[in-house]
Design a protein around this ligand. Structure first.
Ligand SMILES: [Zn+2]
Ligand SMILES: [Zn+2]
Length: 338
């Protein structure tokens, strides 16, 4: 049963969230932060600790705490790189820029308001993180270089490497279990590429995402079942395995929002369906090559793209054409409202 420490400067928050999240298969132990950054050292030395939950600011209540959660997270990672570190905060939205600068220090983020509303998901995520870390540390630590890919293949619950994913993960992780865990959580499971979330997988199969319930059983053979598979609420599917799924013939087809022809992609901005003709390929900045793609529709190209997406230089001339095509179809979607 995973045991987490929970550091928050406010006594009432410590007590209420520890109580809320503790169940028969998860225990949360409240800890008050101390001015000395190493106050957790003794506890962290105990193998019984399987993870740490941290408030993000650690400053609101007690000004004698001279560091932020991110500083504490870095120091915990130095002492225990084999356990997940999770932010549990109520103020991430107000401090988004500051959080984004430090997010690579955390394995997962929980919002206090959402946890108060739905503690079941949060508990499942904390258990999944602790168990996933345990599996990775046990099997990946001290493994010979030549066996690393094989171990990653097993962790991903595969029979052989798909799309070179295990090879890529084994190389990028540099043998560090914690680095491997974060690559799986933040890249493999989070970004479209070798794995797709269910809506994208449906569209890749030519099926309307609204018909997902109808086709999900047929997609079961492509479902990701490896380490951390219970982390995201939405399941993930192996792109190379989608071709093996036998989709019911009467499943509603995915249709391009502009021309109504068969769609094959989801716009990265509005998440509606388009065909290749009425969308433009974009690059995802900072993402590894396997996860670097995506497409944006003509409606969304009219407004500036989010910071992490960029139209490649060689496609810039096409932007105007794709916008005009969308407009001439006369189906304004006003996707950027509000
Ligand atoms: Zn179209
Ligand atoms: Zn769009």
């Amino acid at each position: 049963m995973p045991h987490y420490l929970f550091v928050d400067e406010e006594e009432s928050e410590r007590q209420s969230f520890s109580k809320l999240l503790t169940t028969d298969d998860l225990t949360i132990e409240p800890m008050a932060p101390k001015p000395n950054l190493s106050f957790l050292s003794n506890r962290l030395a105990e193998p019984r600790v399987d993870g740490v939950l941290l408030d993000f600011m650690l400053r609101a209540g007690d000004i004698s705490i001279p560091y932020k959660g991110s500083t504490l997270a870095a120091s915990i990672k130095e002492e225990r790189s084999d356990v997940p570190i999770v932010v549990l905060s109520g103020v991430l939205a107000q401090h988004e820029a500051s959080y984004r600068r430090t997010e690579q220090l955390y394995d997962w983020t929980l919002d206090k308001a959402k946890v108060a509303e739905d503690a079941v998901s949060a508990r499942r995520q904390l258990v999944t993180l602790a168990e996933g870390y345990k599996a990775i540390v046990e099997r990946f630590r001290d493994v010979d270089d030549k066996d690393k890919v094989t171990v990653v293949v097993q962790l991903l619950d595969l029979n052989h490497d798909l799309d070179g994913v295990a090879y890529w993960l084994a190389g990028e992780s540099q043998g560090d279990p914690s680095r491997l865990a974060r690559l799986i959580i933040h890249t493999l499971l989070a970004l479209p590429g070798p794995l797709l979330e269910s809506r994208r997988a449906a569209v890749a199969l030519g099926v309307d995402p609204k018909a997902l319930d109808r086709v999900a059983p047929a997609m079961e053979t492509a479902k990701y079942s490896g380490v951390f598979s219970d982390l995201y609420d939405d399941p993930r599917y192996w792109t190379p395995r989608l071709g093996d799924c036998s989709i019911p013939e009467d499943a509603a087809p995915a249709q391009c929002e502009v021309c109504g022809e068969k769609a094959s992609v989801i716009c990265e901005v509005c998440h509606r369906c388009y065909d290749g003709f009425h969308s433009l390929g974009v690059a995802r900045l900072g993402a590894p090559a396997k996860f670097g793609g995506g497409r944006v529709c003509g409606y969304c190209l009219e407004s500036p793209l989010p910071d992490h997406l960029q139209v490649p230089v060689e496609s810039k001339d096409l932007i105007a054409t794709v916008i005009v095509e969308a407009k001439s179809a006369g189906r304004s979607h006003r996707v950027r409202e509000g």
